[in-house]
Ligand binder design. Structure first.
Ligand SMILES: *[C@@H]1O[C@H](CO)[C@@H](O)[C@H](O)[C@H]1NC(C)=O
Ligand SMILES: *[C@@H]1O[C@H](CO)[C@@H](O)[C@H](O)[C@H]1NC(C)=O
Ligand SMILES: *[C@@H]1O[C@H](CO)[C@@H](O)[C@H](O)[C@H]1NC(C)=O
Ligand SMILES: *[C@@H]1O[C@H](CO)[C@@H](O)[C@H](O)[C@H]1NC(C)=O
Length: 372
C-alpha cells in the first residue's frame, strides 16, 4: 500500500505545482513612478500600439536572460523599455513576475509616456525618451520593512556601511552586475545585502548608481533593520534575515541560459510527441485487435517508478524516460507488440480501480499493475 500512497501524494504535488504555475497572480508591486506633468498618450494611438508591442517583447525575452532592453516604433512615437529580474531567481520565477507585471504597468500608469514599476522580484521601465546606458539616480524610492517595531528593533549598534560599500565593489565587477553579501555582527546577528544594476549600464556607471543611492540615503537608514532603495538604474536591499538564494538564478546568456530553456522546451515537446505516437499505436492496435480473435500473451513491462523527489523539470524528464523505456521495450518486440486481452488487464488493474490509477498520461490513464 505504501507505494500507492507515495504515488498519490506525488501526483497531488505535481498537480498543485501545475496549478500554481498556471494561475495568474498579480505580484504586489513595491512602488511605481509614472511620468507626471507630461502629455499623455491616447488610446489606440501609434504610441499605444508601440508600447503594447514593446511590453510583449520584454515579457517574452526577459525571463531567458533575466534582463532585456528593446525599442519599438519610429520617433516621435518610439518607445524604449527594459525589464530586470532579481539575480537569484530562476527563469520560471522571473516569468511569473514579469508576465503579470507588464499587464499591470498599463493599469498603474494609464496613458503615461513613462513609467517605472518595482516588484520584489522584477523591475520594469519604459519611456519615450532614450535612457539606455544613462545612470538615473533621481527617480528613486526608499522603503522600509513594514513589520519593524522601531522601539524594539533599533539597530544603531550595527554599522552597515562596510558591508554595503564592499557590496558596491562586488556588484560592479560581478558578471551580471548582481551581488549579495552578508556580515556577522556577533551577538547582534547577521545582516544581509543585495545590489543589482540594469545591464544596459557600463560597469563604472553601475558603481556611480550604487554609490549615489547609498550616499543619498545612508543617513535615513541608520538604525533600520530592513530597507530597500529602489532606483531606476540600480537597486539595493538590506535585511536582518537571509532573503536571497545562493547559487541559483539565471546563468549569464553566454553560459547557456538559453540552452537550458531550450532543453526543457525540447523535452516537453518531445514527450508530448512520443505520447501522441504511442496513442496512435494504441488506437491502431486496439482497432486491429477488436477485429480478430487472439491469445493473451504475457509480456508487459512494469511502469517505471516515479521519482518522488523530482522537481518541475524532473517531472518532464521522468515522463520522457518512462516513454523511452517503453519504446525500447517495443523495439525488441516490434513483430509482436504486446497485446493483453481486456480481461487480463481488468483483473491486473483490479477492474481499473482508482486505487491502481497512477494518473493521466498524455495518452490516457495509467494504471499500476501489481501482478500479472
Ligand atoms: C494623464 O492621465 C492620468 C490618468 O489617466 C491623469 O491623472 C493625468 O492628469 C493625465 N496627465 C496629463 C498631463 O494630462
Ligand atoms: C537628476 O537631477 C539633477 C539635478 O536635479 C539633474 O541635473 C540631472 O539631469 C537629473 N538626472 C536625470 C537622469 O534626470
Ligand atoms: C513595540 O514594542 C514595545 C516595547 O516592547 C511594545 O510596548 C509595543 O506594544 C510594540 N508595538 C507593536 C505595534 O507591536
Ligand atoms: C540595450 O541597451 C544598450 C545600451 O546599453 C544598447 O546598446 C542596445 O542597443 C540596447 N538593445 C536594444 C535591443 O535596444
Amino acid at each position: 500500500m505504501q507505494p500507492f500512497a507515495m504515488n498519490h501524494w506525488y501526483l497531488l504535488l505535481v498537480f498543485i505545482k501545475l496549478l500554481i504555475l498556471l494561475t495568474p497572480v498579480h505580484p504586489d508591486h513595491l512602488a511605481n513612478k509614472c511620468s507626471d506633468g507630461r502629455p499623455n498618450y491616447t488610446l489606440d494611438s501609434t504610441f499605444d500600439t508601440n508600447l503594447h508591442n514593446l511590453i510583449s517583447t520584454l515579457s517574452e525575452n526577459g525571463p531567458t536572460y533575466g534582463f532585456y532592453n528593446s525599442s519599438t516604433g519610429e520617433s516621435p512615437n518610439r518607445v524604449h523599455g527594459l525589464v530586470l529580474c532579481r539575480g537569484d531567481i530562476t527563469t520560471s520565477a522571473c516569468q511569473s513576475c514579469l508576465v503579470p507585471a507588464v499587464q499591470e504597468v498599463i493599469e498603474l500608469c494609464p496613458n503615461r509616456r513613462e513609467a517605472i514599476i518595482w516588484y520584489p522580484e522584477c523591475f520594469i521601465r519604459y519611456s519615450d525618451r532614450e535612457f539606455f546606458g544613462i545612470v538615473d539616480i533621481n527617480s528613486s524610492v526608499l522603503i522600509f520593512r513594514a513589520d519593524q517595531n522601531i522601539s524594539q528593533m533599533d539597530d544603531r549598534g550595527v554599522n552597515f556601511r562596510p558591508l554595503m560599500y564592499e557590496l558596491v565593489e562586488k556588484t560592479t565587477v560581478a558578471s551580471l552586475m548582481y551581488a549579495v553579501e552578508s556580515e556577522s555582527f556577533g551577538m547582534l546577528g547577521t545582516r544581509y545585502g543585495l545590489m543589482q544594476c540594469t545591464r544596459d549600464l557600463r560597469r563604472d556607471d553601475c558603481r556611480k548608481c550604487l554609490e549615489g543611492l547609498m550616499k543619498d540615503f545612508e543617513t535615513s537608514v541608520v538604525g533600520e533593520r530592513g530597507w530597500r532603495i529602489l532606483g531606476a538604474s540600480c537597486n539595493i536591499r538590506y535585511e536582518d534575515y537571509k532573503f536571497y538564494e545562493e547559487g541559483l538564478g539565471i546563468e549569464s546568456p553566454s553560459q547557456g541560459g538559453t540552452k537550458n530553456v531550450l532543453k526543457v522546451a525540447l523535452i516537453a515537446s518531445l514527450s508530448s510527441f512520443i505520447g501522441l505516437v504511442i496513442m496512435g499505436f494504441c488506437i491502431y492496435y486496439w482497432r486491429y485487435w477488436r477485429k480478430r480473435p487472439h491469445t493473451p500473451q504475457k509480456d508487459m513491462k512494469r511502469e517505471p517508478k516515479q521519482d518522488s523527489k523530482s522537481n518541475e523539470i524532473g517531472m518532464q524528464t521522468s515522463t520522457s524516460v518512462s516513454v523511452a523505456n517503453m519504446q525500447k521495450g517495443d523495439q525488441q518486440k516490434t513483430q509482436d507488440f504486446p497485446s493483453i486481452d481486456f480481461y487480463t488487464l481488468q483483473a491486473a488493474t483490479n477492474k481499473f480501480s482508482i486505487e491502481n490509477k497512477l494518473g493521466e498520461g498524455g495518452f490516457g490513464p495509467v494504471y499500476k499493475v501489481m501482478e500479472f
